[in-house]
Design a protein around this ligand. Structure first.
Ligand code: HEC
Length: 400
């Protein structure tokens, strides 16, 4: 019964997380577009920096932006914060349900660092807390006065985190945690900087004072970071379904490239929304970046790099050898009736308990267990690099 309950908790929390993230990213994309499309004209009310006309849902909207604050506060003011908070809370719930509860399978890779489940949970919490703190310090340091220098420092910081995490966790958890840290930074930007600053501005207005423009400037900087991090964070969140991204030797370098690819694509849209000359070069950079990622993902597993770099040529692998590896390393979970504790049904519907089933799943076996070390999760059944190479050689021979 228990695995069935966990499976559904996982599914429902994920559903919630995707919905809240859509709400957050949707409103964020909307406001970025609105902000960049504002235009000045004569005759705008005092304090208005620009306006935009939009048509949607059968009506016309005339949007105006007061940069510091309107002369008088309206009675009803809509705040945008729960999308961000709910995304973080549901994301943390999902992290707990999937990774903390399933630490042995999803977080710990004994070949990387052999730690108990609570050690993995502490490392995860520490990475999120310290990571946010480090980023916040960077923004508040003298570097924070220059957006470009800060972006460069932030990039180096995130790449170092990705590299560090790849020495603590399984490939899958390492990549997901870079995403979780970026998500935490983005939500904390809303929770700790943007909303408090806006609250202070509103309080100043109510007291009949002009709000400090520095508050708005700081909020805008964090908002800019959130804008450029949106595409990379989504890549990192869905990466755990793609073993070539997370389970290969240079996964942490892939993170670095994704940060660039996501940011330049975002830049393309930002420039267009702002009516600036279209930066077509961004697509050249993005395409080159993706090509680099694809190339890096073919470099093999992390264990392979440590154990034996040379690829063994297995001219003719006997199917019986393959069958033995799969039956002894995979079928305890991937069977109609799994015998591994906590696995209630064959994961993702993949059964690997007969010669026929193994042959049918050859392409998936290649991606999940030969080209990457995604399976077995946390290498709980102790597959060896030689066995992975055997699987690689077998799937190499198969007709495509
Ligand atoms: C301890 C149990 C366990 C063992 C052992 C195991 N797997 Fe898995 N496998 C899983 C789980 C759990 C998932 C689902 C992962 C997820 O949620 O992303 C999975 C997913 C997969 C998938 C993904 C299907 C898809 O397209 O999403 C493939 C392929 C796979 N395993 C192959 C293997 C191979 C090959 C082996 C042996 C080398 C193996 N597994 C060993 C538990 C196991």
């Amino acid at each position: 019964m228990e695995p069935i309950v966990w499976e559904w908790v996982n599914f429902l929390v994920r559903w919630l997380h995707v919905i809240t993230a859509i709400a957050w990213i949707g409103s964020s994309f909307y406001f970025i577009h609105l902000d960049l499309s504002l235009r000045r004209r004569d005759g705008l009310p005092p304090g208005v920096a620009g306006e935009a006309w939009q048509v949607h849902g059968g009506g016309f909207y005339n949007m105006m932006k007061y940069t510091v604050a309107p002369p008088e506060l309206p009675e009803k003011l809509t705040w945008f914060k729960w999308e961000a908070y709910a995304t973080w809370l549901s994301g943390f719930a999902l992290l707990s349900v999937l990774y903390y509860h399933g630490a042995a399978l999803y977080m710990i890779d004994p070949a990387v660092l052999d730690i108990p489940w609570w050690g993995a949970v502490l490392l995860s919490l520490g990475a999120l807390g310290l990571g946010w703190h480090g980023y916040d310090r960077l923004c508040k340091s003298p570097l924070g006065k220059d957006d470009v220098k800060l972006a460069a420092a932030g990039f180096v910081f995130l790449v170092l985190v990705a590299w560090g995490l790849s020495h603590l966790f399984s490939g899958r958890a390492a990549m997901l945690h870079v995403g979780a840290l970026i998500g935490t930074m983005m939500s904390a930007n809303v929770f700790r900087i943007i909303i408090p600053n806006q609250t202070k501005a509103v309080a100043a207005m109510k007291a009949g004072q002009v709000p400090d423009p520095a508050l708005g400037k700081q909020a805008k900087q964090r908002s800019l970071h959130n804008n450029y991090l949106t595409l990379p964070v989504v890549f990192l969140m869905i990466s755990n379904h793609y073993p070539l991204a997370f389970g290969t030797r240079y996964s942490w370098v892939i993170v670095a490239v994704v940060l660039v690819v996501g940011a330049v694509i975002r830049h393309f849209f930002n420039s267009r929304h702002a009516g600036k000359p279209t930066p077509w070069w961004t697509w050249a950079v993005a395409t080159a970046g993706v090509a680099v990622i694809v190339g890096l993902s073919a470099a093999g597993t992390r264990t392979e790099s440590a154990a034996a770099p040379a690829r063994v040529e297995l001219a003719q692998v006997e199917f019986a050898q393959v069958e033995e590896v799969v039956l002894s390393r995979c079928s305890m979970c991937h069977a109609a009736q799994p015998v591994w504790e906590g696995i209630g049904a064959p994961p993702r519907g993949v059964t690997l308990d007969s010669a026929e089933a193994i042959s049918r799943h050859a392409p998936q076996i290649r991606v999940w267990a030969a080209l990457s070390d995604a399976m077995p999760p946390g290498n709980v059944t102790g597959i060896t690099p030689e066995e992975r190479r055997l699987l690689a050689a077998w799937t190499d021979q198969l007709p495509r």
